[in-house]
Design a protein around this ligand. Structure first.
Ligand code: ADP
Length: 322
C-alpha cells in the first residue's frame, strides 16, 4: 500500500511551522521549496479531501480516554459490534488510529489481515456484512515501527486514513484514538470537524486517578469544539461468577464517572462491569455479547448503545446504570 506519510523527513518541523523549509532537516526534502515559500501554510488541502470522503457518513464518533488500559478499544469494539448487530440495515465501521498501540485488529478478530487497494481507495476489512475495520495496525510490520513517529508523519497517516478508505455508505464511523490528548487527537478532530464530526464518547474507569485525566480530555473537547456525546464508566464493579458477591475493584471514591458528569454537565451513558469473559473474548477476537447475551456486560451495553444512538440523533440521553 502506498504511504504518503513515509515521504516526511524524520525531523520535519511541520508544514504549518514558521520554520517549514528552513531548518537542516528540510535539506533534500522534495517539498523544501514549497514549504520555505510559505505556500504550504495555506489551508490544509487534506481537509477538503476528508470532507469529500466522509460527508456521506452519517455519524462520525471519536472514542477517547484519558488513560491507556481503561477499555477504550474494548468499548469501541463493543459499540461497533452492538450497533451492527442491532440492525442489519445499519452500516458500521471502526477506524483505529491508535498509532502506538493499535489493538482493534485483535479485538475485532481480523489480526494479520491485509488491506487492498481498489480504484476508489483502500478497502476496509469486513468482520460482518455491515461491519468493517481499518487499522493502522494493518500497515505496521511491528507495533514498534510507529513509536518514534513525529507529529507531521502521524498527521499524514491520519489524513490518509480519513480520506482514502472506501467505506461505502455508513451510518456510524467509530474512530479509536490513542489515550490522552496528543497530535493524533488534534489532527483527527480538525479533519473530522471539516466533514461534520458528531462528537466523542469518553471511556474511563471509576477511580479518581482515571477521572483526573478524563476531566482533561473533556476540557480538550471543549477547547477544540468537539461535543461530548457521553461518558462510559468501564470496570465499575466485579461480580464473582461463583459466589455472586459484588466488589469494587476500582473504588469510586469521588463518586465515579456519574458524579463527574453531573459536575461537568456532560451526559453519562452508563457503567459496564468487569468480566473476565470480556477480556477473553477480546483476546480471541470474538463477540462477548453474541456468546453471552444474558451477561451483565450485554445488559449494560444495551443501555449504553441506546444512550449513544439518542445522543447522535440529538434526543435527550437517559443516564444509565447497570
Ligand atoms: P485501552 O484501549 O483503553 O488501552 P483496552 O480496551 O485495550 O484498553 O483494555 C485493556 C485490557 O482490559 C484488555 O485486556 C481488555 O480485554 C480488558 N478489559 C477492558 N474492559 C474490560 C471489562 N469490562 N472486563 C474485563 N476486562 C476488560
Amino acid at each position: 500500500m502506498a504511504d504518503a506519510s513515509s515521504d516526511v523527513p524524520e525531523h520535519c518541523p511541520g508544514t504549518e511551522s514558521e520554520d517549514a523549509g528552513k531548518v537542516s532537516a528540510c535539506q533534500g526534502c522534495p517539498n523544501q521549496q514549497i514549504c520555505s515559500s510559505g505556500a504550504a501554510r495555506a489551508p490544509d488541502p487534506g481537509i477538503a479531501l476528508v470532507k469529500a470522503r466522509l460527508t456521506p457518513v452519517k455519524h462520525k464518533v471519536l472514542v477517547l480516554s484519558g488513560k491507556g488500559g481503561v477499555g477504550k478499544s474494548t468499548f469501541t469494539s463493543l459499540l461497533a459490534r452492538g450497533l451492527a448487530a442491532e440492525d442489519p440495515n445499519r452500516n458500521v465501521a471502526v477506524l483505529d488510529i491508535d498509532i502506538c498501540g493499535p489493538s482493534i485488529p485483535r479485538v475485532m478478530g481480523v489480526l494479520g489481515e491485509q488491506v487492498h487497494q481498489s480504484g476508489s481507495g483502500w478497502s476496509p476489512v469486513y468482520v460482518e456484512d455491515n461491519l468493517s475495520v481499518m487499522s493502522v495496525g494493518f500497515l505496521l510490520g511491528s507495533p514498534d515501527d510507529a513509536i518514534i513517529w513525529r507529529g507531521p508523519k502521524k498527521n499524514g497517516m491520519i489524513r490518509q486514513f480519513l480520506s482514502d478508505v472506501d467505506w461505502g455508505d455508513l451510518d456510524y464511523l467509530l474512530v479509536d484514538t490513542p489515550p490522552g490528548t496528543s497530535d493524533e487527537h488534534l489532527s483527527a478532530a480538525q479533519y473530522l470537524q471539516g466533514a461534520g464530526l458528531t462528537g466523542a464518547v469518553v471511556v474511563t474507569t471509576p477511580q479518581e486517578v482515571a477521572l483526573l485525566d478524563v476531566r482533561k480530555e473533556i476540557d480538550f473537547c471543549r477547547k477544540v469544539g468537539v461535543r461530548v456525546l457521553g461518558v462510559v464508566e468501564n470496570m465499575s464493579s466485579f461480580v464473582c461468577p461463583k459466589c455472586k458477591t459484588q466488589s469494587a475493584i476500582f473504588p469510586a471514591n469521588t463518586g465515579g464517572a456519574r458524579k463527574m458528569c453531573e459536575d461537568l454537565g456532560v451526559p453519562f451513558l452508563g457503567q459496564c462491569p468487569l468480566d473476565p469473559r470480556l477480556a477473553r473474548s477480546c483476546d480471541e477476537g470474538k463477540s462477548m455479547v453474541a456468546d453471552h447475551p444474558d451477561s451483565p456486560v450485554a445488559a449494560a451495553l444495551k443501555n449504553i448503545l441506546q444512550g449513544l444512538v439518542d445522543a447522535c440523533e440529538n434526543k435527550p440521553v437517559q443516564s444509565n446504570g447497570c
